[in-house]
Design a protein around this ligand. Structure first.
Ligand SMILES: Nc1ncnc2c1ncn2[C@@H]1O[C@H](COP(=O)(O)OP(=O)(O)OP(=O)(O)O)[C@@H](O)[C@H]1O
Ligand SMILES: [Mg+2]
Length: 154
């Protein structure tokens, strides 16, 4: 587990940017945290780090957005609207087993099996006077992600 404190949205983006440099095809990132906690902001930094130039928009209404103009394809999904079920029909397995990087916002609503290796990232508002500060908590499953957390790159 790794905890990182950030002071503002740019710092959150920067963590995503830095993480992108250690990612490889097939990686799965599971993002959780309240509405507006910073999941999409983080994904924007990550996409920038992958060399994606298209603007990353929250896929809340489209559920899945694919970006293939970077060095590795990015599959960005937001399954918040599926809180009452239905995520099974998205065929998440196919994304998890793909050669792209899969980022799932609101992963707590995933109903299908999670992959054997993933990085869980939680965004938590700090209970302090700075409205823009967040704690980002990383939990790694699998050696690749454990190595990233140990490397000190984040
Ligand atoms: N430290 C921070 N990290 C990320 N975003 C921040 C931070 N401080 C302020 N913000 C602002 O909070 C908002 C975060 O919105 P964002 O869309 O990233 O959240 P989200 O977790 O994806 O929400 P949703 O669940 O609705 O998809 C943005 O307007 C951003 O500018
Ligand atoms: Mg979002």
């Amino acid at each position: 587990m790794l905890k990182v404190n950030v002071k503002n949205a740019d710092e959150t983006k920067n963590i995503g940017f830095k993480l992108s440099k250690s990612l490889q095809p097939g990686d799965v990132l599971l993002l959780d945290g309240d509405l507006g906690a910073g999941k999409t902001t983080f994904t924007k930094g990550l996409a920038e780090g992958l060399g994606i130039t298209r603007n990353i928009k929250s896929p809340t209404f489209t559920i899945i957005k694919e970006y293939s103009d970077g060095k590795i394809p990015l599959y960005h999904m937001d399954i918040y609207r599926l809180e009452d079920g239905g995520s099974d029909e998205l065929g998440l397995d196919e994304y998890f087993n793909s050669d792209g990087i899969t980022v799932v916002e609101w992963s707590k609503f995933v109903e299908s099996n999670l992959p054997t290796e993933y990085l869980k990232i939680q965004f938590i508002r700090n209970d302090d006077n700075n409205f823009d500060s967040r704690e980002i908590i990383f939990d790694a499953k699998g050696s690749h992600f454990n190595q990233i957390l140990k490397s000190g790159e984040l």
